[in-house]
Write a protein that binds this ligand. Structure first.
Ligand code: 2RA
Length: 344
């Protein structure tokens, strides 16, 4: 059976990656409907050797198109307004924005972690895709939570500029060009609060009243919703001048009585679906953005026990956030949704 697929945000960084992932996994696409704002409508995209014209996203565009699966990735306000029209037309919406994530009636899914939640899609017609930095973290937390029971997580992220979309990448490249032209001081700052070239910015998304940023609070709230847990999480989210793939330094405190065995933890991580352990300091082997970019795996290394407390483990995780943290996760949700429908 083939499935008719719409992609809202077809000209964006995640939209473009979605087409690539759908092609690579040989997704059973029937008709394809690429959608975007009026600005990008009329542009073409290539999929499986054919050219498709991007159509303008309107309230009526889904009518009579028999769309089965609609991927939304064009910003929260677009999903807030248009997702219902896709649902009313009979499609399941897989939404990559933050808009629906914390709605108690909408499942928030990382297929390796909480695939069972996909079945709740029927309540709203929507399945939410978590934030990129949350997805790659819960893939590492889940096997360790099952093994030892987590009490608290402290994470610092090193997030690539592509997390802010194409404009983030373009800004870093433009500023680096300016650096080599000796004009960096005059380079435009638009995508981030400060210059990102040769800098590090401890500020991602909107500041909240509690002193954290929205990105940091996404990591706190989404983690416990996905994992059906209630442990403490504290995040510091930082933008770094890397084009692609987010890195995370994660400190995990397990329940009081746990005595962490590093080999056991490493084995649990290595056996987890779509996680790869790269961890041999004697050979300078640990994951880096260069390791993860353009792959569908989440990499983990620098796995080590705390020097002072037997129930604390430190590790370093890296994943391509455009793929694992967005497009690939969305496609994996769709694949599981298809299995569920076909077995219904
Ligand atoms: C970022 N988390 O990296 C965002 C993208 N979803 O800015």
């Amino acid at each position: 059976k083939k499935y008719n697929v719409a992609v809202v945000g077809a000209s964006g960084a995640v939209g473009e990656e979605l087409f690539r992932v759908l092609e690579e996994v040989n997704f059973p696409v029937g008709n394809l409907l690429p959608l975007a704002s009026a600005k990008s409508a009329g542009e073409t995209i290539e999929f499986q050797g054919n050219e498709y014209k991007i159509e303008e996203l309107t309230e009526e565009v889904f009518e009579g198109r028999n769309i089965d699966i609609a991927f939304f990735s064009a910003g929260g306000s677009i999903s807030a307004h248009y997702a219902k029209y896709a649902v009313e037309s009979g499609a399941v919406v897989i939404d990559n924005t933050s808009h629906f994530r914390m709605d108690p009636n909408i499942p928030l899914v990382v297929p390796e972690v909480n695939p069972g939640d996909i079945a709740l899609w029927k309540e709203s017609g929507i399945i939410a895709n978590p934030n990129c930095s949350t997805i790659q973290m819960v893939q590492l937390l889940k096997p360790l939570h099952d093994l030892y029971g987590i009490k608290r997580v402290d994470v610092s992220t090193y997030q690539a500029v592509s997390g802010a979309g194409k404009k983030g990448m373009e800004e870093l490249v433009r500023q680096m060009q300016a650096f080599f032209n000796f004009t960096l001081d005059d380079a435009k700052v638009e995508a981030f609060a400060h210059r990102i070239a040769l800098n590090v910015i401890p500020h991602i998304d909107v500041p909240q009243e509690n002193g954290y940023t929205k990105e940091e609070m996404k990591m706190v709230n989404e983690t416990n919703k996905i994992m059906h847990s209630d442990f403490a999480v504290s995040a510091t989210c930082v933008r770094v001048p890397v084009l692609r793939s987010h890195s995370e330094s994660i400190t995990i405190t397990f329940n009081e009585n746990v005595d962490v065995n590093v080999d056991e933890a490493r084995e649990a991580l290595g056996n987890f679906e779509n996680v790869k352990v790269v961890d041999d300091m004697s050979k300078n082997e640990y994951p880096m953005p260069l390791t993860a970019t353009d792959t569908d795996d989440t990499y983990v290394g620098r796995i080590r026990k705390d020097i002072y407390a037997k129930n604390i483990l430190h590790l370093w995780g890296v994943a391509d956030q455009v793929r694992v943290g967005a497009a690939t996760n969305a496609v994996r949700i769709a694949q599981k949704w298809i299995k569920l429908e076909e077995n219904a």
